[in-house]
Design a protein around this ligand. Sequence first.
Ligand SMILES: Cc1cc2nc3c(=O)[nH]c(=O)nc-3n(C[C@H](O)[C@H](O)[C@H](O)COP(=O)(O)OP(=O)(O)OC[C@H]3O[C@@H](n4cnc5c(N)ncnc54)[C@H](O)[C@@H]3O)c2cc1C
Ligand code: FES
Length: 281
Amino acid sequence: MFRIIEKSNLAKDITRLVVEAPDIAAKAQAGQFVVIVSKKNSERIPLTIADSDRTKGIVTIIFQEVGFSTRELGALNAGGSLQHILGPLGTPTHIENFGAVLCVAGGVGIAELLPVARSFKKAGNRLLAIIGARTKESIILEDELKQAADELFITTDDGSYGKGGLVTDTLKGLLTVIEKSTHSKYPDLVYTVGPVAMMRAVSELTKLYQIKTIVSLNPIMVDATGMCGSCRVSVGGKTMFGCVDGPEFDGHLVDFAELQKRLNSFKEKEECLNKMCPRKE
Ligand SMILES: Cc1cc2nc3c(=O)[nH]c(=O)nc-3n(C[C@H](O)[C@H](O)[C@H](O)COP(=O)(O)OP(=O)(O)OC[C@H]3O[C@@H](n4cnc5c(N)ncnc54)[C@H](O)[C@@H]3O)c2cc1C
Ligand code: FES
């Protein structure tokens, strides 16, 4: 059992748990994830390690309650415990001093971005970040990202905070300004994490400018150790496993249409389960 030592709500339906897991905290690197089993017989769900502290032996997970298992996890409280937490899993982010890195994150992807953004900055990169959500209340970790980034741009779909519109509108605006300026140069790397449609749009845009782009994918995972094949994704025509070869891949080579189709394949069953554990109002 793994003790939950802190719980907080970052936004409606977005929860942060700090969990005692010294073995995982000792090895965790940016871009890696854990598999959580909330209670005996619960489903296994992959969640990014949003933060970790080796000295204290703790890891932080931040998740959006989107269905049965994330709501089951969100119902646990500080002082309680998780049945299992397995990790760190996945290939860590390739961190080096690329020069200038532009990070783009949407929704709960902002939490997944934080450890990666901090690592790029620590490696000496100039760090620009664009974060976006539907509305002001759903923007999370603004202060933490302000600290990590040299420049932070915020967007909301409804215009209630930051710039109105999608993260890709701001990205396009930035790239257009750079294109016209004789003094600035394009970022050396774009890193993006969030909804599939957003990562696809970012990748299509950066392809036009030939800027190398890394996407952090979220395929359906079951064992998360490379054996079941449920997380397979097509990258440059090759089959890769998200859990061991990823979750990060070259965004210009990912077959996003196939990824979205595979993510939708359990929709009916998920909706059935969700009726048993309705959304909080
Ligand atoms: C490497 C990785 C890291 C992730 N990190 C985070 C994170 O830090 N925070 C966060 O909120 N979410 C994260 N996710 C997504 C999270 O795992 C799903 O939201 C969760 O599994 C949904 O389960 P559910 O039963 O609550 O919802 P369901 O109703 O079962 O599903 C809702 C949607 O979540 C996706 N999903 C369902 N089951 C899985 C599964 N086993 N694996 C992956 N996706 C699934 C599907 O797209 C589905 O349509 C991550 C996914 C991956 C693969
Ligand atoms: S989740 Fe089973 S192979 Fe990746």
